[in-house]
Design a protein around this ligand. Structure first.
Ligand code: FAD
Length: 466
């Protein structure tokens, strides 16, 4: 498959989300001539920002963890790491309503080494009965005992937890706090392989793995615009509104891959297809290694965000989780929105696995989440909401249920010099920014190997074997 070409081998990247942007940056860094084609008028894919009444909002609150090494390295390459700082130590207030007022318990990283670093805060986690807290050790031991090769994708994370002594109160009161925003379905639906990945890598592996990070600027300014600017500076061709209509490839003849865009045929030495799984199913011609029906089988899971601008400060924490409340997570977005804190506070309530909410009218959702916030945040009861808007992503991620692991292809498409990227590919991670960037870096390294680019291939993400 390897073909020796000049340093200016042409790599076409289709799709300008994080996978495509990171693939394009890696190929440009390696000295390839890059064309990045994005179908929409904007780059960023599932991470984008919009303006409303002078404030900036993201389509959805995006969070990463300290263990997201590929995404962090991408931000470092763009020079924007400081715009999405990590907590010094994981610190998350979890607030539940009660008849006598809201009750807060904290999930905090303590000083003990992993996997004991959360132990003191979990023993004090007052949202669970003491019996549930004492049983958590059984689940931790079982998670740590899992081995590669165990049939992890055949049962749900919830049933695994139940088999290891966890009651429903602990699954919904603690485990779902983490499973839902990462796998985008509840533990009772999530594949054990994805739940285990999140908990083993993101919580239990290293004491600092779960320190949270998120953008203090709009996502467009954090990683979308800087990546596009970097590519343009480096001489790459970046095209918006360039929806690829057709892929012309051959697994038999070794012909160069080509794409049809706006009726124009664009030839590449190598091609990285970094579109969502359903678009890849449409574009990949028959005869490759990937079955389009398998990609469609990955399904979708929605996320909605309800953005509320209050006339004063109502949330005292940068982030809080809600329990026994429609609010899953709420973030203070005042700085990122560009709102002067003396004029009010901008909150984003993010709702993962939002099947029930995705079809509801915005005014219904705004009323529900405003009411739910008032139950959790006493100051919100007397504050005025001066603006509110709902953002919805019906296909935010693939649906990470049992059986999906075998549907996720690796970077190789089965066609000469055509490689796959996207957070839905087989990264081992759920559909996340980390997964998207990892897939982009891995696909670009395959593409660069294939065209024999001289300046070397990108450093592979941790845990990826070449
Ligand atoms: C609301 C929301 C909240 C999220 N929260 C988090 C979070 O907190 N933490 C986290 O890590 N992850 C989160 N995610 C998931 C994360 O954003 C995605 O997994 C990741 O951004 C996907 O990147 P991607 O490049 O694989 O795909 P995409 O971002 O979907 O990019 C694919 C691109 O391909 C383009 N395209 C499609 N067809 C064509 C074509 N024919 N020609 C040219 N271009 C085409 C699309 O327009 C798109 O820009 C969230 C996602 C959403 C939607």
């Amino acid at each position: 498959m390897s073909r020796t070409r000049s340093a200016a081998a042409h790599v076409v990247v289709v799709g300008g989300g994080l996978a495509g942007l990171s693939a394009a940056v890696a190929c440009t860094d390696a000295g390839a001539r890059v064309t990045l084609l994005e179908g929409r008028p904007r780059f960023g894919g599932a991470t984008w920002s919009f303006e409303r009444k002078g404030l900036a909002f993201d389509n959805g609150q995006h969070v990463y963890l300290r263990c997201c090494t590929a995404y962090r390295r991408f931000l470092a390459r763009l020079g924007t790491e400081a715009d999405a700082p990590l907590q010094e130590r994981l610190e998350l207030p979890v607030i539940a309503p009660s008849a006598s007022g809201p009750v807060t318990a904290w999930i905090r990283r303590g000083r003990l080494p992993a996997p004991l670093h959360l132990l003191p805060s979990l023993l004090a986690y007052r949202h669970l009965p003491i019996a549930d807290r004492l049983r958590l050790g059984a689940a931790v031991r079982a998670l740590l005992a899992l081995r590669a090769g165990d049939p992890l994708d055949q049962e749900t994370f919830g049933s695994f937890l139940a088999r290891h002594g966890q009651r429903q109160s602990a699954i919904s009161g603690l485990f779902d706090l983490i499973t839902l925003p990462t796998v985008n379905v509840r533990s009772d639906e999530a594949s054990l392989s994805l739940g285990a990945k999140v908990f083993r890598t993101g919580i239990l592996g290293e004491a600092d793995a779960a320190d949270l990070g998120w953008a203090r600027v709009p996502l467009s300014r954090l990683h979308v615009d800087p990546a596009v600017a970097l590519l343009e500076r480096a001489g790459a061709t970046v095209r918006r509104k360039a929806k690829v209509e057709k892929l012309e490839v051959s697994s038999m003849t070794g012909e160069l891959p080509a794409v049809l865009v706006d009726g124009e045929r664009l030839e590449a030495d190598a091609l990285v297809l970094a579109v969502p799984h359903e678009a890849a199913a449409e574009l990949l011609p028959p005869g490759g290694a990937v079955e389009p029906s398998a990609l469609r089988g990955l399904g979708n899971s929605p996320i909605i965000d309800v953005h509320l601008v209050y006339d004063r400060k109502v949330l005292d924490h940068p982030v809080a989780a809600g329990l026994r409340s429609p609010v899953q997570f709420v973030f203070d977005r005042t700085q990122a929105a560009g709102l002067d804190p003396s004029e009010g506070q901008c909150l984003a309530v993010s709702v993962s696995g939002a099947d029930a909410e995705q079809g509801e009218r915005p005014e219904v959702l705004i009323e529900r989440y405003q009411g739910a916030l008032a139950e959790l945040l006493p100051a919100a009861r007397s504050a005025r909401v001066v603006d509110a808007v709902v953002s919805r992503e019906h296909a935010a991620t693939f649906r990470g249920v049992p059986g999906t692991a075998r549907l996720r292809p690796g970077p190789e498409s089965g066609f000469t010099n055509v490689f796959l990227a996207g957070s839905w590919t087989d990264t081992g991670w759920p559909a996340t920014m980390e997964g998207a960037v990892r897939s982009g870096v891995v696909a670009s390294s395959f593409a660069l190997h294939a065209v024999g680019t001289h300046r070397g291939v990108p450093e592979l993400p941790e845990g990826v074997v070449a």
